[in-house]
Design a protein around this ligand. Structure first.
Ligand code: NAI
Ligand SMILES: O=C(O)C(=O)[C@H](O)COP(=O)(O)O
Length: 381
C-alpha cells in the first residue's frame, strides 16, 4: 500500500483535512448524512462525524481499512462490524471536552445572572463524569461550588465519591448530563431521565443536557415540564435531531443545535487525533503538530479588559449562549425545513475559541477575578 495515493472519503464538515490528510491521497468530501455504501467502493479511509451511521451495511464490500470519527461520542459506529472486518478504528476521546465544559459554565453564568443567584451557593449534579464531566468538575470545584457526582461505571470500577442518580436528582440545584448514549449492557443511559424520575427534580432547578438527546425521554420531558415550568431547561441535544420538537424547543430557556463541543480548537484537535491514530495504524511517525494546525487556522481571540468586568462578562466574550439560542429559535420558523436549518447552523457555525486560547489585554484582573478566570480555563500570564 502506497501512502500517497489513498482514496479518502470524509464528511465535508471536518476541518484541517487537507493539512492533515491531503498528503495521503485524494480527499472526497461529502455531506455526512448522505455517505452511503456506493461512495466507499474505492475508499481506503472513511472519516466521519456524528451524523454518519457507520453500519455493517455501509462498509460491506468496500476496501476501507480505517475509519475515524472526529468526535468524542461513538454511538453512531458499529464497532463490532469494524472489528469483524479487521478495519482499524479511532474516535477522538476528549477532543472537544473543554469546549463542552466551557459551554456549560457560560450557560450557568448566564442563568445565574438572570435569576439573581450566585453559582457558588448552588449544588451542581454531574451525571457522567468522564472527559467532559471531569473537566466541568475541575472548573466548578475551583470556583468553590458544591458537587454531586453520578457515574455507576466508574463507581463499579472502584472510583469513589459518587451518589445514586435518584439522590442527585433530589438534591442538586443544577443537573448536567454528560453521559454517552448507551442502549444496552449494565448501565444504559437511554432515557436515563424519564417520566418516573423527572418528578424527583427539585423546584426551581436547572436541567442541562449536552450529552446525547435520547438520554432524556423528550416526550416525558415536555409533558413533565408543562406541569413544572419552574425548572429551567438548557438543551443542546435533541432526541430526534436534526428534527426538533417545536413544542419542547419553546419550553427551553437556552436551546442550541448540538454545538456544545463546537470550538475551533476542539474540532481541529479531533481531526488531528484521527491523523495521529491513522499514522499509528499504518506504522508511521506523525510529523504534524496540533499547535501548527491551530496557528494556521489563524483566529486569535483578544479580549481587552477595562477593569469593570466580572467573570460572567469575560466568559461571555469567549462564548455567548444567547447568540446561538437566538439563531436556533429562528431556525424553527418553518417545520418543513427545520431539520435542514439545524444542520446548516452547525455547518456554518461561527468560529469559537476556547478560554485557553484567549489573550487578555488591558487592565489586569485583581487576584480574586484572576483566580476565577484560571478556574474556568483562561491562561493568565
Ligand atoms: N453536545 C456536544 O456537542 C457533545 C456531546 N458529547 C457527548 O458527551 C458524551 C460524554 O463525553 P465524554 O465525557 O468525553 O465521554 P467519556 O467516555 O470520557 O465519559 C463518559 C462517562 O459517562 C459515564 N457513564 C456511562 N454510562 C453512564 C450512566 N448510565 N450513568 C452515568 N454515567 C455513565 C462513563 O462511566 C464515563 O465516565 C459523549 O459520549 C457524547 O455523546 C461529547 C462532546 C460534545
Ligand atoms: O464529539 C462529540 O461527541 C459531539 O457530540 C460532537 O460535537 C458532534 O459534532 P458532529 O460530529 O455532529 O459535527
Amino acid at each position: 500500500m502506497k501512502l500517497t495515493n489513498l482514496n479518502i472519503v470524509a464528511d465535508e464538515n471536518i476541518p484541517a483535512l487537507d493539512r492533515l490528510f491531503g498528503h495521503f491521497g485524494k480527499i472526497t468530501r461529502l455531506p455526512g448524512r448522505t455517505i452511503q455504501n456506493s461512495d466507499l467502493q474505492e475508499a481506503d479511509l472513511l472519516l466521519v462525524r456524528s451524523v454518519t451511521q457507520v453500519s455493517e451495511q455501509l462498509i460491506a464490500t468496500s476496501p476501507v481499512h480505517f475509519v475515524g470519527t472526529a468526535t468524542i461520542g461513538t454511538d453512531h459506529i458499529d464497532k463490532a462490524a469494524l472489528k469483524n472486518r479487521e478495519i482499524g478504528f479511532s474516535s477522538a476521546p476528549g477532543c472537544n471536552a473543554d469546549a463542552v465544559a466551557e459551554y456549560v459554565v457560560s450557560n450557568l453564568l448566564l442563568i445565574a445572572s438572570e435569576k439573581g443567584f450566585k453559582l457558588k451557593d448552588q449544588t451542581v449534579g454531574i451525571v457522567g463524569v468522564g472527559n467532559v464531566g471531569r473537566r466541568l468538575q475541575q472548573r466548578l470545584e475551583a470556583l468553590g461550588i458544591k458537587l454531586l457526582l453520578n457515574d455507576p461505571p466508574r463507581e463499579a470500577a472502584g472510583d469513589q465519591g459518587f451518589v445514586q442518580l435518584e439522590s442527585l436528582l433530589q438534591q442538586a440545584d443544577i443537573i448536567c448530563l454528560h453521559t454517552p448514549l448507551i442502549k444496552e449492557g449494565r448501565y444504559p443511559s437511554y432515557h436515563l431521565l424519564n417520566a418516573e424520575n423527572l418528578p424527583m427534580v427539585k423546584p426551581d432547578s436547572i436541567v442541562l443536557n449536552a450529552g446525547r438527546g435520547p438520554v432524556i425521554d423528550n416526550v416525558a420531558l415536555l409533558d413533565w415540564h408543562r406541569k413544572r415550568p419552574d425548572v429551567t431547561l438548557l438543551l443542546d441535544v435533541w432526541e430526534e435531531e436534526p428534527k426538533v420538537d417545536p413544542q419542547l424547543a419553546q419550553q427551553v430557556r437556552i436551546g442550541t443545535p448540538h454545538i456544545a463541543g463546537y470550538s475551533l480548537d476542539g474540532k481541529i484537535r479531533g481531526t488531528w487525533m484521527l491523523y495521529t491514530a491513522f499514522c499509528q495504524h499504518v506504522g508511521i511517525q506523525p510529523e504534524i503538530e496540533l499547535a501548527d494546525c491551530l496557528a494556521e487556522a489563524d483566529s486569535p481571540l483578544q479580549i481587552v479588559l477595562d477593569g469593570s468586568e466580572d467573570l460572567a462578562t469575560i466568559v461571555h466574550r469567549v462564548y455567548q449562549p444567547e447568540a446561538d439560542h437566538q439563531r436556533f429559535i429562528d431556525s424553527l420558523i418553518d417545520t418543513g425545513s427545520q431539520p435542514q436549518r439545524f444542520d446548516l447552523l452547525r455547518k456554518r457555525y461561527p468560529v469559537r475559541r476556547e478560554c485557553a486560547a484567549a489573550k487578555l489585554q488591558g487592565v489586569k484582573p485583581d487576584k480574586a477575578l484572576a483566580d476565577q478566570l484560571k478556574a474556568v480555563g483562561f491562561i493568565l500570564e
